[in-house]
Design a protein. Sequence first.
Length: 260
Amino acid sequence: MSPVFDCTTDQGRADAIPKAAAGVRDGRLVVLPTDTLYGVGADAFSPDAVRALLEDKGRGSDMPPPVLVADQRTIDGLATDVPAYARALVDAFWPGPLTIVLRAQPSLMWDLGDTGGTVALRMPDDPVALELLREVGPMAVSSANRTGHPASRTVVEAASQLGATVEFYLDGGPAPGGLASTIVDCTRDEPVVLRVGALSESDVLAVVERSRADALEFNAAGSTGAEPDGLDTVEAPEPSESSDTGTSTSSEQRETTDDD
């Protein structure tokens, strides 16, 4: 039986994170809590570990996992041609239940599967996940369940599906969200919501429209020499409840799978 670490206390996390981080760096899999569902993760830059993750879930390379990061600044190291509206979405919803699909940096030495040159990125709002990500860097993370089975909201549910194929289980208590992240394709001039999850489509589009209105107001003020008005940081609307429908990684596929 793989060890389960209680990460609901500071002392528990202090004991668990270094061990789990060492395991991830060694190519092992770890189940970790996020703000939406439990995920199973691997070093994003270890092709063997990513392949093991996909095999454990019962999928092939045609359904590559998203990548979780611990800091917004990581975006520019992993993606290119990031549109302004994508940055506005990140400012509004990260850390949180938003996954954005971007063009991947072509120089990256990784193999997430058949991504079509894209990468799906998210910064989760969970202290255990963020602490682990700060230790090991970007991780390929998919929902901690076998494909076609219910997503896991507790570490016990994850263990019942994935068993000893996972090296470490980090127990952060029941996942508070219960809905998967909303996925937005940001590889085009206009955002396309591929999956509605914890954030509604109206939540997403409201931020995009606000950011563009602010940009127009700023440009207009600059052309007249007036002081720009109303340029406060974009605030995220209250998330509205929505059903989970699933995800993957090339933009056309992500709406049909069950990743976090």
